[in-house]
Design a protein around this ligand. Structure first.
Ligand code: UDP
Ligand code: MG
Length: 313
């Protein structure tokens, strides 16, 4: 019998943990004549009652496997860990807040059985998300696709069903600051979108505040493109051209005495601040890449596990 693994990251999800487990388990029970299953929940250093709730559930269900991190390492690290422990032939990545209905995997499984390797959820509309979130997400995907060398599908999160061989390929990638939805695109294989309506969060608040969104965005852009570095070069060439034109103007003014250059305090200040700004901006872009190189070179693990439940080594 083929096996399905669910990988679910949770960070301070005490309000949804129970409901999430029940809904996922229901779907898997309905499929139990065709597929075996396991549910892997990664507790990403929750500070609330998430872990005790999960421990209680895991006592009654050996197919519920829990991995608890020593602190909050972030959503992408939690999913990365889950993928390493998943043993299924098909692996489903899903958020704990039930914004992506687990019932949909029945249709996704049919697409998988038909020979597709990655069935990624594509949001038709997104209920209950702020105008700011929708706008920032749109801008982010536009920028990412303009800059990036791989095609990263719009309106796509991490909700997807993937074949074993794709997960094996992802597990081989050693990089730290992972942007999984980009990597899933990058590895290739046969991929198709699966359109669905994104629901409102079942309970609780988003665990993606602005700083985490910005980190994810920079992982996406820096991890998948060196175009910003080329942009630095382009800006440099542009500013050299501008200063050359200014030089010609200064010489012409001197020869034909067009105006009194010695009173050009404003133009000097504008030029200095403009070029200093461009230089600092360029250094910032380059430092972002250097920071990544530094991060990767430390070779620290992507997460530290504090506790495992129902997992045999
Ligand atoms: N999450 C996590 N670690 C974090 C932040 C989020 O494991 O540091 C989990 C969270 O519990 C949820 C999923 O990642 O299962 C997506 O988070 P959320 O629903 O808050 O993001 P949003 O849907 O608002 O983008
Ligand atoms: Mg959510």
């Amino acid at each position: 019998m083929k096996k399905i693994s669910f990988v679910i990251p949770m960070y301070c999800e005490e309000k949804v943990a129970d409901e999430c487990y029940k809904r996922v388990k229901n779907v898997l029970n309905e499929l139990s004549n065709k597929y075996e299953h396991e549910i892997i929940i990664i507790d990403d250093g929750s500070k609330d009652q998430t872990l005790p709730i999960l421990e209680q559930l895991a006592k009654q269900d050996l197919s519920l496997k829990i991995i608890s991190f020593s602190r909050n390492f972030g959503h992408q690290a939690a999913v990365t860990c889950g993928l390493q422990y998943a043993s299924g032939d098909a692996i489903v990545i899903i958020d704990a807040d039930m914004q992506d209905p687990p019932e949909l995997i029945k249709e996704m499984l049919e697409l998988w059985e038909a020979g597709n390797d990655v069935i990624y959820g594509k949001r038709k509309n997104r209920k209950g998300e702020s105008a700011f979130k929708l706008f920032s997400a749109k801008m982010f995907y536009q920028m990412l696709n303009a800059l990036s060398d791989v095609e990263i599908p719009k309106d796509t999160g991490d909700f997807r069903l993937v074949d074993r061989k794709v997960v094996d390929a992802i597990n081989q990638l050693p990089e730290h600051n992972k942007f999984l939805r980009g990597l899933f695109s990058w590895v290739g294989y046969k991929q198709i979108p699966f359109e669905y309506e994104r629901q409102e969060r079942f309970a609780g608040k988003t665990k993606y505040p602005l700083n985490k969104m910005l980190k994810l965005a920079s992982d996406g852009i820096i991890g998948f493109s060196t175009k910003p570095l080329k942009l630095v070069g382009a800006i440099g060439i542009m500013s050299v051209c501008i200063s050359f034109i200014l030089l010609l103007y200064a010489i012409a003014s001197y020869i034909w005495n067009l105006n009194n250059l010695s009173s050009g305090w404003t133009s000097i200040m504008v030029a200095i601040t403009f070029f200093a700004g461009i230089q600092l901006l360029s250094i910032w872009i380059i430092s972002e890449y250097i920071g990544r190189i530094y991060d990767e070179s430390k070779r620290r693990p992507q997460f530290i596990i504090n506790k495992k439940i129902n997992i045999k080594e």
